[in-house]
Design a protein around this ligand. Sequence first.
Ligand SMILES: Nc1ncnc2c1ncn2[C@@H]1O[C@H](COP(=O)(O)OP(=O)(O)O)[C@@H](O)[C@H]1O
Ligand SMILES: [Mg+2]
Length: 452
Amino acid sequence: MAKLKTVFLCSECGFDSPKWVGRCPGCNAWNTMEEEKISTAGKVSASCKAAKPQLLKEFTGPGEHRKTTGIGELDRVLGGGVVDGSLVLVGGDPGIGKSTLLLSAASQFSRRNGDVLYVSGEESAVQTGLRARRTGALEDQLWIMAETNLEWILVEALKMKPAMLVIDSIQAVYCPAIPGAAGSISQVRESTGRLLRLAKDHGIPVMIVGHVTKDGSIAGPRLLEHMVDTVLYFEGERNYAFRVLRPIKNRFGSIAESGIFSMENDGLVEVLNPSQFLLAERSQNVSGAAITACLEGIRPLLIEIQALVSTTCFGLPRRATAGFDANRLGLLLAVLEKRQGMMLGNQDVYVNAVGGFKLVEPAADLAVMLAVSSSFKNRPVPGDLVVMGEVGLTGEIRSVPHVLQRVREVSNLGFSKVLVPWGNLAELKKASLNVELIGVKTLSQALEVGLH
Ligand SMILES: Nc1ncnc2c1ncn2[C@@H]1O[C@H](COP(=O)(O)OP(=O)(O)O)[C@@H](O)[C@H]1O
Ligand SMILES: [Mg+2]
């Protein structure tokens, strides 16, 4: 019988060391070595059929074969559908909707392409059945297997040769031949390796759910992300319905795409017009709100930014944000004080990006400043105006990237005016857009135009 030996594996790169070290020699990360027991029976040898050098130009054929999942937003993120034999990892916070997304993808996929095997290692078949009934994911060719032993999962998968295999989740399955609990580094690594072989040898696309750790990366070795073809993150604020599916890595498509969903009682719904969705409940002609156009991947989205400025009752003034970086807000408030003479030192400032959306782009600066100024001065921003622009420390308005896409979205949604950085004006004037363009160079110009 194979003996077990203790090794230390790096959770970042999978490097193994016979003794514990504080810093991984493989990737130089600190405190990432974890103790694991592995079998001394020897590793699986590589394929004995060696490859020969061949001319690359002979391999420029028709390209990979894709099948549609039936969920447009998911297909878009995958680069136009699931590629045969690809391994896709979907990560995200607990409860965000990974199982719901993959169950409906499995069901839609089975309707078009035949048998799909959904392996649930975390929930029972009954629980999954109830979810399927609630979300309308009951199809004749959708099979469920509540199992965590990967050997049996692979046996059934090879028997069935499904059009797609879903593993929910990789941290729940284990290989009995490998010591260690399910979810340990060696288990996750081995299970992914076996699923990869199944996908490549039989051309079966495999979708894997992966848990994320507290700091937001997928649990288990970083290696997992290297092994799979595509890594998607499913993100959103739990208390909001809005969800974004973002590719982090894709061997078969662009990572600039994004899929937008809304979590409803009867499952995930694709949001075909996200700007309209995000602006649905906005109130007009009140102070403290401005609309900006930001990019989610390459998709323009119109988002309402709200600010509330009120006199501090005691102690230090509070600055609180939701969906916007608090340090960036501090910087923008300092610019307002210094360049516009707005005395905010005795004011609490709250900023919120509506809909649970996270703004990471500096292009949203101007809208934040306009919303804050609007609330401070109690003067509303015109309801038909959208603003965009990065604000520099001297109060200058800097150009934003992909301005044309943003302004097209503004015009598509029926807004009549858009405040843009002066530097972007020339590019916009070349295009025929059904919206009035107002170019600004400085913050004071922007505030003059932007406040009623
Ligand atoms: N019975 C239900 N009715 C309405 N929504 C539900 C119900 N059960 C679960 N949900 C929604 O589905 C979410 C859980 O999704 P799930 O796919 O299980 O997440 P994950 O697999 O990412 O942990 C919950 O946060 C909740 O919003
Ligand atoms: Mg789940």
